[in-house]
Structures are given as C-alpha cells and as structure tokens.
Design a protein around this ligand. Structure first.
Ligand SMILES: [Fe+2]
Length: 221
C-alpha cells in the first residue's frame, strides 16, 4: 500500500512545484555501466547548435534514431515501435537496471555523449509540446531520468533559476528541463550520461514511492 502522503509529495513536486532537480535514491553498478559505454555507436544529436553532442539508443526506434518520435514520420506515439536496439545486447547491466526500475515501459533510453570542448546551447524541453501531450500528469506520463556515467570535473550543467546541477558519476537525477538549461565540457574527456524516458503504467505506485523517498532524503541533508 502506498502512503497518501507519498502521492501528495510526488504530485506536488513533479506537477506543481518549480523544482530544479531531484537526486534519486537509487544505485547501479557504475563500473559495469562504464564498460558498457563501449557498445555505443554515437551519431550527431540535434545538429550544429550543439557542437560535440552525440547520442546512441539502447532502447528506441533504432540505434541512430536519437531524436523525439515526431522526427521519424509517425502521427501518434502509440504507433512508434519502441524496442531494445542491437546496442542493448552489449549492455546487460544497464538493460537489467531499467527492467527493475519502476517504469512499465520505455520510450528512448540513450547514451548521451558530450565531447571535450562540446557545448549544449541554452534550451528548454518543456513537455506538452508534442501531439497528445496536453494537460500532462507527470506521474502518468513519466519523466526523463538522467544518469551520470562518465562525468569529468570540468563539465557543468546550468539550470536557469537553480544553478549548477550537482552531477557526480554514479548519481541519477530527475531534472526540471522546463527550465532553460545548458552544458559545457571544458575537460579533455568525453562526458557520457544516460537518459531514460519511460512510462510508470502499472508500476506507478512504486514510482511515486521512489520520488517521495528521494525527496525526503534530498531534503534531510
Ligand atoms: Fe535538454
């Protein structure tokens, strides 16, 4: 049974507040994930405005279909054939983690690389812009989870109104990317994160419990 209070916390945080980020109270095998980044086949992501930003899908339409589904000729999201890609055959630890995570199913799960000297220019990813996304309840729709796998020191994400996201290798965050955000990698090492977009579905209670537990932990510090 889920505590009513957990639901209220999660609903307030993801649907009503202007939060910056939430560090998830969750662990994964960082060494295994680092090794599994070798399976990525990176392609340029979102073009010239964001030099050095590359991506590779572990789950999605295909390895190189790294953009939102609207870029690939579908009229509604129900028609999109999301699946584990060939990359996932080489990422058993990562695939296993997302199978246990409280999402019933997934849209894209991608490695996201930012090359040395790379930049992600300021932009907002407000949900609700794509067809079928009006009046979203984020506890039903799901939110992207951003996991730092390889994160050099001189690499920073800035979120307008909130500051620098406290990324560290091995940490997973929900970031409120409605707020304008940007990234720079001033190091000599490629940064590799993973972003997973999923749908809570029949695991919504577990998802709500994770959000509430993480919120309490973050605010106890
Ligand atoms: Fe973004």
């Amino acid at each position: 049974m889920i505590a009513q209070n957990d639901y209220e916390i999660a609903d307030w945080l993801l649907n009503k507040s202007n939060f910056g980020w939430l560090e998830l109270d969750i662990e994964f095998n960082l060494d295994a994930w680092k090794k599994e980044t070798a399976a990525a086949k990176f392609v340029d992501h979102r073009g010239g405005e964001h030099p050095g930003w590359n991506s590779s899908c572990i789950h999605g339409i295909d390895v190189d279909k790294t953009g939102a589904w609207t870029n690939y000729g579908y009229e509604k999201e129900e028609d999109v054939p999301y699946q584990w890609t060939s990359i996932s055959e080489h990422t058993p630890s990562i695939k296993g983690f997302w199978e246990l995570f409280p999402y019933e199913r997934y849209r894209r799960i991608r490695f996201m690389q930012l090359e040395p000297g790379g930049k992600i220019s300021p932009h907002s990813d407000a949900p609700g812009k794509l067809p079928g996304e009006e009046d979203l309840d984020m506890l039903e729709f799901g939110v992207p989870i951003n996991v730092a796998i390889i994160h050099p020191d001189d690499c920073h994400m800035t979120l307008e109104g909130h500051g620098t996201v406290p990324f560290k290798e091995g940490k997973a965050f929900i970031i409120n990317i409605r707020n304008v955000h940007s990234f720079v990698n001033n190091s000599n090492t490629p940064r590799i994160h993973l972003i997973a977009h999923g749908i809570p579905g029949k695991r919504k209670d577990e998802f709500v419990e994770l959000i509430a537990r993480s919120y309490r932990k973050q605010n106890e510090r």
